[in-house]
Design a binder for this molecule. Structure first.
Ligand code: FES
Length: 153
């Protein structure tokens, strides 16, 4: 694994500070690891981090779902579809995602993104809306969404 020694150092620094159970600190650590690996955390580095901090991968996975800006190898992107009642055609858009990419809400698509349905994104007049890696895209169509998902890989 590239950057093995640096990864060890980062983890050691956190362990030494005795703050491995603090979620904010853990997110900070994961951001550092992400930077170390050029923007996407490799699965092996994620597993090594969990192992060294004696954390379960299920815990890390659950935490990562809440932080779309942290990208991992199996899900370098995050897609959130607005599920607010004012976004017309939101259900059709969710159906499209689930059908086309074989993913359920809360899951990870093989196409490389975590999939969520969220509340209103405060752009109701321009719906349907999605967030791709935290950026809101309005007036979403199946075609535009396909380009977003498939064009960025
Ligand atoms: S309901 Fe989708 S942006 Fe408000």
């Amino acid at each position: 694994m590239k950057h093995k020694e640096e990864l060890k150092e980062i983890i050691k620094a956190y362990r030494d500070r005795g703050i491995t159970c603090d979620q904010n600190e853990l997110i900070q650590l994961l951001r550092e690891v992400q930077t170390l690996f050029g923007g996407v955390i490799p699965q092996k580095a994620l597993e090594k981090t969990a192992e060294k901090l004696e954390l379960k991968m299920t815990f890390i996975d659950a935490l990562l779902k809440r932080y779309p800006s942290i990208r991992t190898e199996d899900a370098p992107h995050t897609l959130s579809v607005c599920g607010g009642k004012n976004c017309a055609k939101r259900a059709a858009l969710s159906d499209f995602v689930e059908r086309t990419y074989g993913v359920q809400v809360g899951g990870t698509a093989e196409a490389g993104f975590r999939y969520k349905v969220t509340g209103c994104m405060k752009k109701c007049g321009k719906g349907p809306c999605v967030k791709w890696d935290g950026d809101i895209h309005t007036g979403m169509t199946e075609e535009k969404l396909r380009k977003l998902i498939e064009g960025e890989r």
